[in-house]
Ligand binder design. Sequence first.
Ligand code: TPP
Length: 131
Amino acid sequence: MTPEKCNVLITGDISFFYDSNALWSNHLPSNLRIILINNSGGGIFKIIEGPASTEQLEKYFEAKHSFSAEHLCKAFEVEYASAQSPEEIETQMEQFFHISETGRPKLLEIFTPSNENHLVLQKFFHQLTIS
Ligand SMILES: Cc1ncc(C[n+]2csc(CCOP(=O)(O)OP(=O)(O)O)c2C)c(N)n1
């Protein structure tokens, strides 16, 4: 990792919670930043043909939940912030990339609506194919 620059991980909530024990490390650098997109489940399965058309989609594939990373961050002494709107993201960003005096890494949890998230992603994929 380059010490003078922040190194950013952008991850989904299911991926983050699965691997959250990675935060249990004595060597987390102060320039680590995690941007967690929390859409309350594995939204990708809503756009994968097989899982998307089964009755088990929400319960077993998407694994819908209402957890937040706040308490995990407390446990591992990762500085936590959250945002629910573009305006809040902008406000949080002012501080997010500053190195903290505590020397601890930071996580920004961005909450997005699970019923819209996959539609936005599909639109984005579509834009990529036509541009
Ligand atoms: C390292 C790893 N672990 C597990 C998987 C299996 N996997 C594929 S999609 C997925 C869920 C993704 O959900 P989330 O991280 O919430 O992102 P979203 O689909 O909502 O954008 C998982 C766990 C994987 N691809 N790679």
